[in-house]
Structure formats: C-alpha cells, structure tokens
Design a protein around this ligand. Structure first.
Ligand code: EPU
Length: 421
C-alpha cells in the first residue's frame, strides 16, 4: 500500500490537462456490450476503476485492447451475463452493466453492490426503472437476478428521497435502447456524464431525445452498431484543481476543462472572491483577493456536486469566517471531518450540515483517506498545511485521479509517494 507525503505552503501555478471523466467513462464502457461490433473509446483515464470495468467486460467474453487512452472493445459473441461478487464488490459503478446485459442478453445476474463509506447506497431506483420495463427481478444470495424476456417500453418516474439518480437513469436508458416501444424517463438525471453516455448511445444508433433534461425519451431499435467516442473532461477533477488554486493562493489553467459543466462551483468561488474564467480550451482560476466564507448545499446537477463537497471543506477550513456545507445527496458523507480535525481544522457537524470556522493555518499530520473525494480533500489540506502531511490509504485516489502527483508537481507542489512500511 502507498502513502502520499505533501510538504505544504507552496503557491501552485501553471497549466495542466484535465483527463477524461471517470463517471462518464464507466457507463460508456458498459454500453459497448449493447452491440456485437467493435467500439473505440478515447480519452479514457488511466484509473483503477477503469481496469475494474475492463475486467468485468473481459469476464463476459468481450475482447479488450488498450493503447494509452484509447480502448477498443469487441463484445462479438459474448454469452456470459453474470457479474460476480469479487469483481463488483470493489466498485459500485459495476451495477451499470445491468441495463446493457438485459437489453442484449435478456438476462443478467449481478452481485448486489452494497453500501460504502459515504453512506448507504440503495439501488431501488435502478430496480424500479428496470421493473417498469417489464424485467422480473429477484434478489437471491446477494445477487440481482433479472429476467428481461418480457421487456417493452414504458413510462417511469425515477425520483427518490434525494432526487434523481445518475446510474439508475443510465441503466434504464441503456436497457430501453433495444426493446420494443417508447420509454419515457421522468425526473431523469441530467448530469453531463449521463448526456455523454446518451451521446455515445446515439452514435451506436439509439434513438434518444431530451439529453441534458429531466425527461429522456428512448425509442427502442432492433440493433445497435459499434461506435467511436471521446469521453468528456472530468468536471470533478477540474473542480478539485480549481480549489487547489484557491487554497494555495495560486493561478492555474486547466486545459480541456469546461466551465459550463461547473457553473454552481464557479458561482460560489466567484462570490467568495476567486477570479475564475473561461480561457481558450480551458478554465483559469486565479487567487486575487482574500476569500470570503461560503455557504453551499449539494444537489443534483446543475446544483453543487456532492463529489466536490469534501474538497470545498478543506478550502473553508482556512477561509476566515464561518462557512456552512449542507449535504443533500449523501447525508453521511462527512468522514473527512475527523481527519481534517487532526490537522487543526475547526468543524462542527449538525445533522447533515457542517459548520466550519476558518483557522489561521492547518498543521501537517498523518491522516487516513476513507474514500476517493475525502482523499482529495486531505491532499488539498496538505498543500496548505505547515510541515509535512502524510495521507495513508491513497489507493482511493488511484481510483479517480489520473497522475495526481505528476499534475500537482507540474504546478509546483511538493508531493511524493512512498510505500507504507
Ligand atoms: N439513490 C437512491 N436509490 C437508488 C439510487 C440512488 O435512493 O436506487 C440515492 C443515493 O443514495 C443518493 C442519490 O440517490 O442519495 C443520488 O445517487 P446516484 O444514484 O445519482 O449516485 P450514483 O449514480 O450511484 C454517481 C457517481 C457518484 C456521485 C453520484 C451523485 C458514478 C460512477 N458515480 O453515483 O460519484 O457521487 O452519482 O452525483 O457515476 C465519486 O465519483 O466519487 C462518486 C461517488
């Protein structure tokens, strides 16, 4: 196992490239199973989650070829439809093979993905969407056993206690592409990653309307063909580096990043005093004045993304005044609070809200990463803390941030990886 060491206190500046979006790429790789033909996916980030998804596709019998950020997948003739526990348990997003398997094979057996450290992660909306399409589903021995022989288009409302669901929308949309009739998903997720998946499906020959809205309409077709697609840039990776600019009083340009996918984030940071603007082919974030405290509430897109909540908290810990975060997607996604506390942060948790009183400085400490975004938050805190911060269990970071130490080093940070003793 590796750990990260960060010597804080350096102002970051310069320019880096943002990688392809993990959360767009995972369902897109799964969607290649909808055709027998070869598909080529470009701008695929080199991350542990991608390797897991490719292992799952290979396990079904698809042929996979990897050449840097280009992945060629040829599922021709694959017959398997079981995603076993040992593959699915390490990555919740594996559940998005359900939709393609049902559409193509009319059956699927996928190990139940379970909860994780950011709180319970039910799949009732996935099951609701698929059942509405006529899929018969049983949960047996920890597996979702789905029979799709009677599938047909239908209307389904996919709203839960916390609003729309990204992967339930993806699963239902993929399942509906190859069945008879028209499917209407109401309260569909409109995250850019869902739109990117729909764009790929359309390239494969699917008939989908309403991209980027809360109503997605899919007209089933008989067959989908292979397609080529380049995945959108990762807005969460971009957001994380924008916060790195803010927290280190730096000036960073992020090539390939799209400001239009980060409107809520840019709005909050601009209000706080950061100069954040669109530049040709990217975003520039520049610290120009002392930042004001912030008040954010996480919500489904285009609201403030939960996947940047922890990173914002790190910024708030060193922003003078009182900031508030209310988490409306994962009310228990606050494990990073205790680790930030070890570095001297002053944070109080009241239900699903965190009240952060800015301190003059953080102090480097050994801290433990608990999930992907919490790990990123600890790295950001380390960048501004006095002395050296040791972030343990960074395998979480390797799931979602491509070349993070190279990119941070390129921007002038002192960060390096060591083996845990
Ligand atoms: N929910 C339900 N029932 C369901 C599905 C979801 O109640 O059947 C609830 C969830 O518990 C949550 C809310 O609905 O409160 C939204 O969850 P959603 O289904 O949208 O999450 P997801 O699709 O499982 C994706 C990302 C997450 C990101 C969320 C929210 C992927 C692979 N994962 O998960 O990304 O936090 O959307 O935006 O796309 C990450 O990258 O670190 C990460 C956790």
């Amino acid at each position: 196992m590796d750990k990260f060491l960060i010597e804080g206190g350096r102002r970051l500046s310069g320019s880096i490239s943002i990688s392809g979006a993990k959360n767009a790429c995972l369902p897109i790789l799964a969607a290649t199973l909808l055709s027998d033909d070869k598909s080529i996916i470009r701008n695929v980030p080199n991350l542990r989650d991608m390797s897991t998804m490719l292992k799952i596709l290979k396990n079904f019998g698809a042929r996979v070829q990897q050449d840097a950020d280009k992945i060629t997948i040829e599922p021709k003739g694959y017959k398997k439809y079981i995603a076993p526990y040992d593959l699915v348990s390490t990555m919740r997003a594996s559940v998005c093979v359900l939709g393609p398997l049902l559409a193509k094979q009319k059956r699927a057996e996928v190990s139940f993905p379970g909860g994780c450290v950011i709180g319970p992660r039910p799949i009732d909306l996935h099951l609701k969407g698929l059942r509405a399409l006529g899929v018969d589903i049983k949960i047996e021995k920890g597996y979702i056993i789905a029979d799709g022989r009677k599938m047909r288009g239908a209307n389904v409302y996919l709203g839960g206690h916390f609003g729309s669901s990204v992967l339930a929308t993806a699963n239902t949309m993929m399942a509906a592409t190859l069945i008879k009739g028209v499917t209407v998903i109401e309260n569909a997720a409109c995250e850019p990653e869902v739109t990117d998946l729909a764009t790929f499906l359309i390239k494969m020959g699917a008939k989908i309307k309403g991209l980027g809205t809360h109503q997605i309409i899919i007209e089933g077709v008989k067959r989908l063909h292979g397609a080529e697609h380049s995945v959108i840039a990762d807005r969460i990776e971009a957001g994380t580096y924008i916060i790195a600019a803010a927290v280190t009083k730096g000036d960073i340009t992020l090539r390939n990043a799209k400001l239009e996918n980060l409107v809520a984030v840019a709005d909050k940071l601009a209000e706080a005093g950061l100069d954040i603007r669109k530049v040709p082919n990217g975003i520039r974030a520049r610290y120009v004045r002392k930042l004001k405290p912030m008040d954010i509430t996480t919500l489904p897109y285009p609201g403030f993304p939960t996947d940047l909540q922890a990173q914002f908290m790190s910024l708030m810990t060193v922003t003078e005044g009182i900031s508030v975060i209310t988490e409306k997607i994962y009310p228990e996604r606050f494990i990073h609070i205790s680790e930030l506390g070890r570095m001297g942060a002053n944070i109080q948790l009241e239900g699903a809200s965190a009240i952060i009183t800015g301190v003059k400085s953080l102090s480097g400490a050994p801290v433990m990463a608990s999930d992907l975004r919490a790990s990123a938050a600890l790295v950001l805190a380390g960048l501004v803390a006095k002395d050296v911060t040791e972030v343990h269990r960074i395998y979480h970071l390797d799931r979602g941030y491509e070349d993070i130490e190279e990119k941070l080093t390129q921007l002038g940070a002192r960060v390096w990886r060591e083996k845990e003793r």
